[in-house]
Design a protein around this ligand. Structure first.
Ligand code: FES
Length: 119
């Protein structure tokens, strides 16, 4: 398990973090939901191999709407489960990155990244 951050340190607009997917370093998006729970997704759209924030502005998470948005093409993803609700990959899901919270610290489990939750 690799430490990412603490719950208190997650900005309202979410944060990015690096993790290993096998031999590859990938980028994840860590979100704190309004109920205090966390979600993490691979920072990769499902219709093109692009990060959601490849274009400015780099803010892509609206906590009030509970929505992630691709800055290049406007695809919208439900932050709760990663479902694309509009845009070129509507109906697909962002890839989940398994994270856990222990005593207020967020960890990523790199032993399973890249092998699960590819919906
Ligand atoms: S890369 Fe897929 S909507 Fe932008």
């Amino acid at each position: 398990m690799k430490r990412i951050t603490t719950l208190e340190e997650i900005p309202a607009r979410g944060m990015k973090f690096a993790y290993m997917e096998g031999p590859l370093e990938e980028e994840g998006i860590l979100l704190k939901m309004r109920d205090g729970s966390v979600r993490a997704y691979k920072n990769l759209c499902r219709h093109l191999p692009m990060r959601l924030d490849d274009r400015a502005p780099s803010e892509f998470f609206d906590a009030d709407k509970g929505q992630l948005t691709c800055n290049s093409h406007g695809a919208c993803f439900r932050a709760d489960d990663g479902l694309c609700t509009g845009g070129p990959c509507k109906g697909s899901h962002l890839r989940i990155v398994l994270v856990t919270v222990q005593n207020g610290v967020v960890f990523v489990d790199e032993s399973v990244t890249g092998s699960f939750f590819d919906v």
